[in-house]
Design a protein. Structure first.
Length: 436
């Protein structure tokens, strides 16, 4: 039947997987289609449908949880029946349980205190509402994704002061490892029975094991009634000694000597850890105190006797100079006078002016060079051939002289005659003669 329910839709809840199974109920993880969220569905097994006590117990759990509204109690969203099988729809807790944390051994004191400080007010609230849990244990303390703790499974819870008949065939209900002595003996119970169970849970969280164990549930129940609890510090030597009285008081056989509330138990445990921490820091001496103790012991120590040296040993006296040695004269060190701020400003201004002048000069040189290059690249006048001109002039002069000698007159002018003016021969030039 269990396999056929996986994948089935029950009144808007799609069953995804089975996450827990016990003699009293089966728990499934389901998805609520209307709200689009995962929930936990606790359903009565089919084989218990014909047991009237099991059916009444399941219905009683639904009515009890419905009246409890506390942030550390797993809330119930819905109640119904499917093929004659009653079921509860509760919040899905995906962080496991305290029982899962104990797989790796004792829980760290800080983590244990954080869990206890969350569930203790919830347990006291249930007691004020007249509800006795009667089955408090690590597997019934669930954790969400943030690590917050919640109490669940009020399947065998009882309304204090009610006159309803017992829902079991015997007067003893609960888990033997966490039963109080009066619960194991079938006596009338009150809220201090739950506080004893909480003390067993705290003992297991801090030591990693239960105070009483045995081969059968009966042997375990007998030990709760007859044997004193073991020393938690012997089981877990890392626990401070201040914690042991707190746990032993929570596990006292007499209900009169136990704590009166879960809050009182957790506060006593927190105070025990705080005292242990303060005592450890106080017993560690500081460095200053240690040095003072060493100096005090040296002052109080008797002087060490010194034996006189043998007579045959001669001591050389220490060297004593004949004149006092003057101390070395240190040369006076001249300190440079630090320039004033005005001098610094003048220096910087002068430096900047020199730099600016240099930049201007470089700019002028570059401009002049560029202008000269521009003119050279423009119209260039032809350079006269001086050598050719000189040769031409010499040749022409020589030819003129030779011609004058050849044409000189043979006659001599008569006396009294006016001599004719000499014929001027033009000088040679490189200018070409005009043509007629």
């Amino acid at each position: 039947m269990t396999q056929t329910l996986i994948g089935a839709t029950i009144h808007g809840y799609l069953l995804l997987e089975e996450i827990a199974h016990g003699g009293m109920a089966t728990v499934y993880r389901a998805h609520q289609l209307s709200m689009k969220r995962d929930v936990a569905i606790k359903m009565l097994p089919e084989q218990l449908l014909h047991h009237s006590s099991s059916l009444e117990r399941f219905q009683q759990e639904a009515s009890i949880v419905a009246r409890l509204e506390h942030r550390a109690i797993v809330p119930v969203h819905d109640y119904g029946e499917y093929q004659g099988r009653p079921y509860l729809v509760m919040r899905f807790m995906d962080g496991g349980s305290v029982d899962d944390l104990l797989i790796d051994g004792p829980i760290a004191p800080e983590r244990a205190l954080a869990i206890l400080q969350q569930i203790a007010p919830a347990l006291d609230y249930a007691h004020r509402e007249g509800v006795l849990h009667r089955d408090l244990k690590p597997s019934n303390i669930l954790l969400d994704a943030n690590g917050d703790a919640y109490i669940t499974d009020f399947g065998i819870a009882r309304i204090l002061g009610s006159t309803t008949k017992q829902l079991t065939t015997s007067g003893v209900v609960g888990t033997p490892s966490y039963m109080s002595p009066e619960q194991a003996q079938g006596k009338d119970l009150d809220y201090r029975s739950d506080l004893y169970a909480l003390g067993v849970v705290v003992f297991e969280m801090l030591t990693g094991q239960r105070p009483f164990d045995g081969d059968t549930p009966y042997n375990i129940a007998v030990k709760h009634v007859t044997e004193p609890p073991p020393s938690p510090c012997q089981i877990n030597p890392l626990l401070p000694a201040t914690v042991e009285p707190v746990l032993l008081k929570a596990l006292d056989k007499s209900i009169e000597r136990r704590y009166t509330s879960a809050k009182e138990l957790v506060e006593a445990l927190d105070q025990a850890f705080a005292e242990a921490k303060a005592g450890a820091s106080a017993t560690e001496p500081s460095l200053q105190h240690a040095l003072r103790d060493v100096l005090a012991r040296r002052e109080q120590a008797p002087p060490v006797p010194v034996n006189p040296p043998p007579a045959h040993i001669q001591f050389v006296p220490a060297y004593q100079p004949s004149h006092a040695i003057a101390p070395p004269v240190s040369a006076a060190v001249r300190r440079r006078k630090r320039p004033t701020r005005a001098a610094d400003r003048v220096t910087w201004v002068t430096f900047l002016l020199v730099m600016m002048g240099g930049l201007v000069a470089v700019g002028l040189i570059v401009a002049y060079y560029l202008m000269g290059s521009g003119e050279a690249s423009g119209s260039v006048a032809p350079t006269p051939d001086l050598a050719a001109t000189a040769i031409f002039k010499l040749t022409a002069t020589r030819a003129a002289i030779d011609a004058a000698q050849d044409t000189a007159p043979a006659d001599v002018p008569e006396p009294g005659a006016t001599p004719a003016p000499p014929q001027m021969t033009p000088l040679p030039t490189n200018t070409p003669a005009p043509t007629h």
